[in-house]
Design a binder for this molecule. Structure first.
Ligand code: PLP
Length: 388
């Protein structure tokens, strides 16, 4: 039998209805569940029977979101967390222990860098960085105690890319877990597990919610790996709230149409900026000038909604540009219907030293644009007047 397509799964994979036969899945705001009798309670706790026990473990809304995300990404199972960082923390904490080493892309979300450099060393977990565009650094970076490879591709905010099929082969050769932060691409544009990764992580706060309302994280992988995640998460408690899961599952129904428009708009912005005299550099995966354009074309459906630019004139010029924007919001978020401008050096990546920032391509004049769903003419007009 032919399987349903992405858009159909995103809309039609839903939790069972109650006796009221709602067309839209209801919100199950309940912390716990009733047992028919003492025997059912015993059997559920003994894992002899499937069913809901307590919402820190599972809830119909979070289960629906997980099942849908897993189906969209080609994973066997998943786990939902309160935030994207909770998903990353849970994954590190569930698989790593004293003496283990993580080889990570140098380009990572600011808080992921803080986890690796300030939190996990307290528990004897070490890390080192490799650049996404330098294959030899990955080969040479693997140590006898390396247990996990962690990458963000495309990276935030540098938009660097690595060949996931190549990296997955390297990880397999050395028996390492390959974990991918797939936040920028979403399951619609890139499916790391199908390319050989073991685990794919999302900050669902971004394009999955897509409207800047809620926080959430998702971890996806095989049943076997997810039982290890479950073993850690059930007892440490990073669970996603049923309300957020309900909202995000509804959001997934429009993911494909939203991403198509985000990507169309972003490509037009990238092309416009590339031809502008005041712009030093533009990074967008589907611009032929991107150093890893061929890899982006191979592993991504489209280029995504984020365009990173470097403006001539450093921090002063970046500030002047941002202050002149009339429609764009100045905010640290991304993946919203509304277009957003961020200055990474003074916000999301302000905890890095200047040298560390330069190593991941963040200059004083770097601005990250999250291109929204407003009309493209209005987006371009706002950018154009702010540059003049
Ligand atoms: C935002 C973000 C995170 C963290 O997600 P939260 O939901 O804010 O905790 C992790 N990785 C990337 C790439 C992000 O953009």
């Amino acid at each position: 039998m032919q399987e349903d397509n992405f858009e159909t799964i995103a809309i039609r994979l839903q939790a069972e209805r109650s006796q009221h036969k709602e067309h839209s899945v209801p919100l199950y705001l309940t912390s716990s569940y009733k047992f028919d009798d003492a025997e059912e309670m015993r059997a559920l706790f003994a894992n002899e029977k499937e069913g809901n026990v307590y919402s820190r473990y599972a809830n119909p809304n979070t289960s629906e979101l997980i099942e849908k995300m897993a189906a969209l990404e080609g994973a066997e199972d998943g786990w939902a967390t309160a935030t994207g960082m909770a998903a990353i923390f849970t994954t590190f904490a569930a698989f790593l222990g004293n003496g283990d080493h993580v080889l990570s892309s140098r380009s990572v979300f600011g808080s992921t860098h803080q986890l690796l450099s300030a939190v996990f060393p307290k528990w004897g977990i070490t890390y080192s960085y490799a650049d996404l565009d330098k294959q030899e650094q990955w080969i040479e970076g693997i140590k006898p105690n390396t247990k996990m490879i962690f990458v963000e591709t495309p990276s935030n905010p540098g938009i660097d890319i690595i060949d996931l099929e190549w990296l997955a082969k390297l990880a397999k050769q050395h028996n390492l877990l390959l974990v991918v932060d797939n936040c920028f691409a979403t399951p619609y544009l890139q499916q790391p597990i199908k390319l050989g990764a073991d685990i794919s992580i999302h900050s669902a706060t971004k394009f999955i919610d897509g409207q800047g309302r809620t926080l959430g994280g998702i971890i996806l992988g095989t049943n076997k790996l997810m039982r290890i995640i479950e073993g850690f998460a059930r007892h440490s408690g990073p669970a996603m709230s049923p309300f957020n899961a309900w909202l995000m599952s509804k959001s997934l129904e429009t993911l494909a149409v939203r991403m198509d428009r985000h990507c169309d708009n972003a490509l037009k912005v990238a092309e416009f900026l590339e031809s502008h005299a005041k712009i030093k550099k533009v990074m967008y995966p589907f611009l032929p000038s991107h150093p890893q354009y061929a890899i982006a074309k191979k592993q991504m459906k489209q280029g995504g909604g984020i365009v990173t630019l470097v403006i001539d004139g450093g921090v002063a010029a970046a500030g002047a540009f941002m202050n002149k924007l009339k429609m764009f919001s100045i905010s640290a978020n991304l993946g919203d219907t509304r277009s957003i401008a961020t200055h990474p050096a003074t916000s999301t990546h302000s905890k890095l030293t200047e040298e560390e920032r330069l190593q991941v391509g963040i200059e004083q004049g770097t601005i990250r644009l999250s291109i929204g769903l407003e009309h493209i003419d209005d987006i371009l007009r706002d950018i154009s007047q702010a540059l003049d």
